[in-house]
Write a protein that binds this ligand. Sequence first.
Ligand SMILES: [Zn+2]
Length: 113
Amino acid sequence: MHELSLLENVRTILENHAKEQNFLCVEEITLAIGALSCVETEALAFAFDAVMKNSLAEHAQLHFKIIEAQGRCLGCGQLTVMEMLYDACQHCGHPRVDVVTGLEMKITELKVS
Ligand SMILES: [Zn+2]
């Protein structure tokens, strides 16, 4: 499952942060998820408890924030909102749009102690 390896990365990032910044426990974590990233929040929430077990984030509350996907049109050069990976430009209808945001998953907020 794709979500498991994503969360294992998150756990490694948290462990590294904890060493650098001297915290022992993650109380809350917000994951920002790109609208085109194909990550299912339900699957993530389900996998989260298993992956974080016995780690510093074992009891962390998990929140999600969906990031709207945007791309840069190769026709008119404007930014356009994308609902799907192969959406055409909303301004000029050009079929080729480079994704700028919306594929990523990252930690945006942490509450630690
Ligand atoms: Zn365009």
